[in-house]
Design a protein around this ligand. Structure first.
Ligand code: SAM
Ligand code: SF4
Length: 343
């Protein structure tokens, strides 16, 4: 664990936002509430699952809220709940309600595979959920089963409809594009945005777990994805929906929705990174692709108190790297990656 930074005179630094050594102000916290999942997407985790974190090591909702209260005091304003699959954690709406009551937190969003969304979305919205990103890699059931290794396309589509009906907006659909698996659906996804007010975001597949070896063959750059969509019509850059994501957005002329690309590998978005991540077992991760972890569970369970937590959060800013150095085809097996710390 790192210790809190001190000024030359030995005093704690003055209050203020979380600013790292490169001047980036951090206002966004992504919280993984579980490492477990009810799907097994080929690009994310092995079919047999992962060596799951012991349940006793997973932060309770009270512990998460304590961290968020401290983070809010140093300028964190938006929270994204992710996983694993956050909706399999029992009574997630209780956490949403606890977090939305924290002064300073003005935006709570969810990243989900959508399977359990239809039955939970109203309770989550009532508790204070504002936005949702829903993963959808294909519009074909046979492919859904091949990619997610479990059935469920219709349940996801029902979840999307339920989210719109519950007033969640803007809805963002996240589609991981893989050559030879679903890349021929890119245009169909983009066409949806002409009359539906959704943002479809195409994500370059990243090398994680099992897909590391095949990654070079599967990888399609955001530039190629956009070129394919442009074959169907002119795309103009647009501002994109509200959110703290790293996507660049475009739209067809007169379209109700937009198309976004997230290109962690080909287009470095590190310059504007404003987020830190909290793993399900209470480690703060400063960069998605690095090994820069800081333990927050120990101080929480040792009842270190809010000032100590704030000092650790501040200290973490000195550890944050300027950028990641992951390249296409490069192995990133060292990271338990997205399944643990969330996307
Ligand atoms: N289970 C939820 C879901 O699927 O939306 C939340 C967690 S998931 C790890 C968050 C996002 O990461 C999803 O949009 C997913 O598609 C994306 N993701 C997972 N593994 C990826 C990979 N290897 N490359 C690119 N995106 C990935
Ligand atoms: Fe589960 Fe999301 Fe990973 Fe798919 S991407 S296996 S839904 S955590």
């Amino acid at each position: 664990m790192i210790s809190a930074p001190r000024t030359a005179g030995g005093a704690m630094p003055a209050a203020g936002p979380l600013v790292d050594s490169f001047g980036r102000v951090h206002t966004d916290l992504r919280i993984s509430v579980t490492d477990r999942c009810n799907l097994r997407c080929v690009y994310c985790m092995p079919e047999e699952g992962l060596p799951w974190i012991d349940k006793r090591e997973i932060l309770t909702y009270e512990e998460i809220a304590e961290i968020v209260r401290a983070a809010a005091k140093v300028g964190v304003r938006s929270i994204r709940l992710t996983g694993g699959e956050p909706l399999i954690r029992k009574d997630l709406k209780r956490l949403v309600s606890m977090l939305s009551a924290i002064p300073g937190i003005d935006d709570i969003a969810l990243s989900t595979n959508g399977l359990l969304l239809a039955e939970q979305v109203q309770g989550l919205v009532d508790a204070g959920l504002k936005r949702a990103n829903i993963s959808l890699d294909t519009l074909r059931e046979d492919r859904f089963e091949a990619i997610a290794r479990r059935p469920g396309l219709q349940r996801v589509l029902d979840g999307i409809d339920a989210a719109v009906a519950a007033g969640l907006g803007p809805i963002k659909l996240n589609c991981v594009v893989m050559r030879g698996q679903n890349d021929d659906e890119v245009q169909a996804f983009a066409e949806m945005t002409r009359d539906r007010a959704v943002a479809v975001r195409f994500i370059e597949v990243m090398p994680v777990h099992e897909n590391v070896d095949g990654h070079t063959n599967q990888y399609i750059s955001a530039t190629e994805i956009l070129d394919r969509i442009r074959a169907n019509g002119d795309l103009q850059p647009v501002e994109g929906p509200k959110g703290n994501g790293p996507a660049r957005y475009y739209a067809f002329d007169g379209a109700a929705g937009s198309v976004g690309v997230i290109s962690p590998l080909s287009h470095d978005y590190c310059d504007t990174c404003n987020r830190v991540r909290l793993s399900a077992d209470g480690r703060l991760k400063l960069c998605l692709f690095g090994d820069h972890f800081i333990d927050l569970r120990t101080p929480i369970r040792d009842r270190a108190g809010e000032e100590a937590l704030i000092a650790i959060l501040r200290g973490s800013m000195y550890v944050k790297p300027e950028r990641h150095h992951l390249d296409v085809g490069q192995t990133a097996s060292a990271m338990r990656a997205l399944s643990e710390i969330g996307g």
